[in-house]
Write a protein that binds this ligand. Structure first.
Ligand code: NI
Length: 249
């Protein structure tokens, strides 16, 4: 069930049978010469939307702008600074909690979001702690590539050239979902170099075409479809287990 295609009355009825919701969260940022700018929000959205087709799971609108300051040297990247991102995650969570959602799972598609999402969770829990009350909700962060079995499948599909940005696995997922938007380029070098992440101008100087350690030319829609199927299955299991945990305060 997709929240943005539901009515308030349908959501009210959903809350009678479940207090769990999935929020796809990502980033709109450059992904090398062939990766879509939306890659990091499309991947968790594609997986969550696929999962809700075969299970009674509610999926929130995708939180599609994240912490991507280091990619701002490339056109099309849109970033929130960490403090803005943390504040926005707080208000999304408070909004959902007002209506009774007690288990909120953020399905993340961008490694650069992790520190800020975890800081946002700590801010939200701290509000309850300082007020000497229960939070009333439990929060979970799951990177889609960390869903059970997904990392192993990606390593099997791409034993070399996976890298850490504009990876063939994430690009394969978008190719499966949006075959009309598949791009091609001559990569030079075939596998990009790696290095530290600092500010945007430093990043562009180190990683001139935007990739980090990856060969996106290895991506195929078929490999992406296998990753989506496995991730959607694992997400359903994880949402159900999260829902069964003791209710939050
Ligand atoms: Ni990415």
């Amino acid at each position: 069930m997709l929240l943005h295609l539901s009515t308030w009355a349908e959501v009210e009825r959903f809350l009678e049978r479940s207090r769990t919701i999935v929020v796809p969260i990502g980033s709109n940022e450059q992904h090398g010469p062939t990766g879509l700018l939306g890659t990091d929000w499309l991947c968790p959205e594609i997986i969550a939307h696929e999962a809700q087709k075969s299970a009674d799971i509610l999926v929130a609108p995708t939180f599609n702008i994240g912490m991507a300051q280091h990619h701002l040297g490339f056109p099309g990247t849109i970033s929130l600074r960490p403090s803005t991102f943390i504040a926005a995650i707080g208000d999304w969570t408070r909004s959902l909690a007002v209506h009774g959602f007690e288990k909120i799972l953020f399905l993340n598609g961008h490694g650069g979001n992790v520190a800020s999402i975890e800081a946002a969770f700590s801010e939200l829990y701290a509000e309850a702690s300082f007020a000497r009350r229960r939070a009333g909700f439990a929060l979970r962060l799951r990177n889609w590539w960390d869903i059970k079995g997904v990392g192993a499948l990606a390593r099997q599909q791409f034993p070399t050239g996976h890298g850490s940005h504009a990876t063939p696995s994430e690009i394969a997922v978008t190719q499966w979902a949006y075959p009309d938007a598949i791009k091609s380029a001559n990569y030079a070098p075939q596998i990009a170099g790696s290095g530290p992440i600092r500010e945007a101008l430093d990043f562009r100087a180190r990683h001139p075409d935007g990739r980090m350690g990856s060969d996106p030319g290895l991506a195929t829609p078929e490999k992406g479809g296998a990753l989506v199927a496995l991730a959607a299955k694992g997400l359903i299991e994880e949402v159900e287990a999260f829902g069964r945990e003791l209710p939050a305060g």
